[in-house]
Design a protein around this ligand. Sequence first.
Ligand code: GLN
Length: 233
Amino acid sequence: MTVRIGLVLPDVMGTYGDGGNALVLRQRLRMRGHDAEIVEITLADPVPDSLDIYTLGGAEDSAQRLATRHLQRYPGLQQAAAKGTPVLAICAAIQVLGQWYETSTGERVDGVGMIDVTTAPQEKRAIGEVTTAPAIAGLTAPLTGFENHRGGTKLGGDAAGLARVTRGVGNGVGDGLEGVVQGSVIGTYMHGPALARNPELADLLLCRALGVAELPPLPLPEVEQLRRERLRA
Ligand code: GLN
């Protein structure tokens, strides 16, 4: 079987190199002997519900709005998540998949409604390294990323935080949390790309995509070196 990785709307939500998350997923699968391919879904395509895992990247406000409309019009992502297919949402994608978000000019936009979060602009843009302690089963290592967002995201009752912030801002609403988890959706403000810096998170998503409890270890000294460097930065 070929594992099919959906890279959702890289034409509008890919400004921060977050497409690298799909590359990391594909490479970690191939290094373990799985066939894997990336399926790019652009604004010209309907969104299929049949892929094995989906990733969405960050974007600026206007691009984010185009993506929101497209995902509302073609609800393949919502259908896939409802079946339990893993979805990784980075930064603006958290906002898009939520109930609503306000742009930096204060305009409220209805989100896709897949996760119970709302986002409003904060006084100060959060920019810089962010480090967190994971708060979900299956993750033990500190998470590291680079954040760059003005939006602050409040979690509703159906959503939980991905991690607790140890450095940086994270969701930015004073609850000390970073990211969001709800059903098969994992969201984080971490760019990096996040999965290049956090192989444990990559493998958690892959385990879910493959329906296995664990994967054989994949020791990559350069990834460990990158982590050490970033966690010290
Ligand atoms: N426009 C959104 C914000 O500033 C998302 C930014 C991003 O994806 N980096 O909150």
